[in-house]
Design a protein around this ligand. Structure first.
Ligand code: 5AD
Length: 330
């Protein structure tokens, strides 16, 4: 699809055609099963100043935590016992030898602890290529790093233009991850202040061009202690835009894994279901122990929803790898 077509559909030009096409692309590209990943929010310590995010370093109103090795392994055991085939480990963007080692130790332990081992996605931000390689070798095989927006100018309204936050570094990280042979995921926020439909259409072209294996995109939601202003779009507008974005990406990239995000579920009690209907095929329910996850608030009113309902058509106990990765590395 070209830019004009994307803008046409994003503006609501023909929803019935859009969703019919995405449903066909989904069943042909990835089938109709939903793959669950148990999400472990390992730490909310973060050195960055992203203006939208509730765990940004300058936010002094939260309790900082880091799960211990034993707690992380116990959360993975919980996932395994509950028939998750995969987990995702997410945290603030800490870069330190200790942190790198902790993750390496966890990954090493998880390779032999369960049989077969859980699939592991990391979502730990920008790191050096050496660190990415070390974690890949230790057993992680997927990595999520959202570009947040592909418009560099808009990017610097989300983050300060300082050496810690350079757009080009984030692009480099995405390249490094691919070179380290990860299944690479990226994504954007939808409904940011000053974001246009053209920006969103360009985001889709960016993801296509990056040839991602996985994608997570969700609505922007204001956090009360983060300085970025609220979205100019209503909740309903953001929900609608998000499901159109999912549907368009599914048509453009039929065999990638696409997440129906918690942010979408936070704005709409049927968000997961709407995301899946639009073309998503992954859910990432939170399995962080309650004593920690209360402090992992990226945005206000974050939801915790169980996915046992038949509605979600979950395929338990399987890795659920992205067919796109399998095809491109064959
Ligand atoms: N609203 C929506 N999504 C957010 N994220 C962080 N803060 C917010 C927010 N206020 C998303 C970012 C990040 C992911 C882990 O969570 O896109 O990459």
């Amino acid at each position: 699809m070209n830019l004009d077509e994307l803008i046409y559909y994003l503006d609501g030009g023909n929803d019935s055609e859009l969703f019919a096409r995405s449903a066909a692309a989904k069943s042909q590209g990835v089938g109709n099963q939903t793959h669950p990943r148990g999400l472990i929010e390992l730490s909310n310590i973060c050195p960055k100043d992203c203006y939208y995010c509730g765990i940004r370093q300058p936010n002094k109103e939260i309790n900082r935590y880091q799960m211990k090795f034993e707690d992380i392994v116990a959360a993975a055991d919980f996932a395994h016992a509950n028939n998750y085939g995969s987990i995702a480990i997410q945290a603030g963007e800490q870069q330190s030898p200790q942190f790198t080692q902790l993750i390496t130790d966890v990954l090493t332990e998880l390779q032999t602890r369960h049989s077969p081992p859980l699939g592991i996605t990391l979502s730990l931000g920008e790191q050096t290529k050496e660190t990415y390689a070390q974690w890949r070798l230790a057993g992680a095989h997927r990595y999520l790093l959202r570009i947040e927006t592909s418009n560099e100018k808009l990017y610097y309204t989300l983050k300060p233009n300082t050496p810690k936050h350079l757009f080009n570094n984030r692009l480099q990280s995405l390249k490094d991850l691919r070179e380290c042979d990860y299944h690479v995921g990226s994504g954007v926020m939808i409904g940011l202040p000053n974001q246009t439909t053209t920006d969103l259409a360009n985001d889709l072209l960016f993801l296509k061009n990056l040839d991602v294996d996985m994608c997570g995109m969700g609505p922007y939601i204001k956090h009360h202690n983060a300085p970025l202003q609220d979205s100019k779009q209503s909740i309903n507008e953001r929900i609608t835009l998000t499901i159109r974005m999912i549907a368009l990406l599914r048509i453009m990239m039929p065999n990638i894994n696409i997440v129906a995000t918690t942010a979408l579920q936070t704005l709409d009690e049927n968000g997961y279901k709407k995301g899946l209907n639009a073309g998503a095929n992954v859910l990432m329910p939170n399995i962080t122990p309650p004593k920690y996850c209360v402090d992992y608030n990226l945005y206000d009113n974050k939801q915790y929803v169980d996915i046992l309902s038949e509605d979600f058509n979950i395929e338990w106990g399987n890795l659920g790898d992205s067919p796109h990765y399998i095809a491109r590395t064959k």
